[in-house]
Design a protein around this ligand. Sequence first.
Ligand code: AMP
Length: 458
Amino acid sequence: MVGIHGHADAARLAVLALHALQHRGQEGAGVATWDGAAMRCHRGRGLVGEVFGPTDLAPLAGAVAIGHVRYSTAGGDALRNIQPLVVRSRAGQVAIAHNGNLVNAQRLRQDLEARGSIFNSSADTEVVLHLLAASAQETFVNRLVEALYQVEGAYSMVLLAEGRLVAVRDPWGFRPLVLGRLGEAWVVASESCALDLLGARLIREVEAGEMIIIDAQGLQSLQPLPRRPRRACVFEQIYFARPDSVVFGRPVYGWRHELGRRLAEEHPVAADVVIPVPDSGLPGALGYAEQSRLPFQLGLLRSHYVGRTFIEPSQQIRDLGVKLKLSPVREVLAGRRVVVVDDSLVRGTTARKIVRMLRDQGAAEVHLRITAPPTTGGCFYGVDTPDRDALLAARMSPAQIGAWLEADSLGYLSLEGLRAVQGEDRGRYCEACFSGDYPVRPGAEGPAQQLPLFVPGA
Ligand code: AMP
C-alpha cells in the first residue's frame, strides 16, 4: 500500500512503490489518482508488472496517488475486490486502500444492508466507505473519524479524497505504515523498502491510532482514535516484511538473523552444513550457522519465475508447486548431515516435500529448524492462515510433526526466545498465532464510546 502527495509523476511513483511491495500481495494491483477535478483508477488481477503495461499510466494524471497490492484475507480475489476501491458519494469522490482485516465488518455490513446500502464488493474495506457516506458529520475528516469509531480490528489505510491524502493506522498498530519525504512530496507506504526504491527519506512510522492528513496546506497529524495497547504483528518480522525494510522501528534483517542465533542456542545439533529455505529462511539460516559455527551453503535454489506456493488453491497444485519453486543442489547435500532453516511451518506441505527432496539427493540426515514457535492459531488481522484444523501444530506435538515430516529432528524457536528478540518492545507485539492470546476477537464491537472533539474545518 502506498500514497504519494505533491509529485507531478505520482502514479508512476506509486507503481514503482508497488513493485517494491509486491511480496505483500500477488493477486491484484491498482492505483488511483486525483488530477484536480476527477478521480482516475486502473486496477487488475495479477502482479504489478502484469497490471500496469506501458500505456496504462498515461491516463493516471495528477499529483496525488494511492496504490495497493492485493493478498486476500477477506472477500476473495475477484476484480471488484481489487483496491483501491473508488466511489462517488455525498462525502465526495473517495478512493481507499487497506491493509489488514476488520473483525466486525460482517456485522457492520449486515446493519448497513438492512438500511439499504448496496455493496459492490465482498471486501471488508468497503464498509468504511459506506460508513463515511452515512455519517452526518460535515467535514471529510470528521466523517472518517466517525466511521473508524465503528470499525474494529486491523487497518493501515490510505485514502484519497479530492486532492487530500489521508493515512491512518488502527489503535493497536497491527499492520505497519511509514511516512517519508521525497523532495517536497510526501510518501506513505506499508514498508520502508518502497521509500528506498523511490529515493525517499524515511521520516517515521505512522503511529498506532494516528491519522495523517496531507493537503495543499501541508501535513497535519491527529490522534482521534481511542488508545489501545500496542500490538504490532510479530509475523511481519518473522516472515511477511521484506528483510531490507525497517518495520515497527526495527530493521527486519537483523531481527531474522537474531531469531536464527537464538534457535541455534535452543536447538543445537551435530551437523555438517546449514542451508536456508530460500528466500524467507535466509537471514535466519545465516544467524543459525554463525551461532553454531557451521558452514552455510545454498543447498536449495529458488526459481523466481513461479509464484508463492502457499497461496495456490488446491493441495495438489501446492504439492507440485514446491518442486517447481525449489531445486536441490546435490553437491552441497550428498553424504552430509544437513540443518535446513525456514521461517514458519503452517500446513507442513513445503517442509515435507523439502525433507524428501534433500534425502533424494543423498543427505545423510535432515534436521529441520524453524525460526518461529509452532503456529497454533489462525490470524484475524490480515495474515492469511488456513483453518485451525489444517494447522499442523494445532493438532500434533513438535515430536509428532517431526515424525510426520520424516525429519531426523525438528526444532522450533520457543515463544520465550521470540520474546527475547523483541527486546524493549517485548509485550508490544501481537503473537496470537503462536500464543492464542488474541487482542480482539471477530465480532467485537468498535470503540463506539464518546466521539472526540472534532477538528474544525478539517
Ligand atoms: P506450509 O507449507 O503450509 O507449512 O507453509 C509454510 C511456508 O509458507 C513457509 O516456507 C513460509 O515461508 C510460507 N508462509 C508462511 N505463512 C505464509 C502466509 N501467510 N502466506 C504466504 N506464505 C506463507
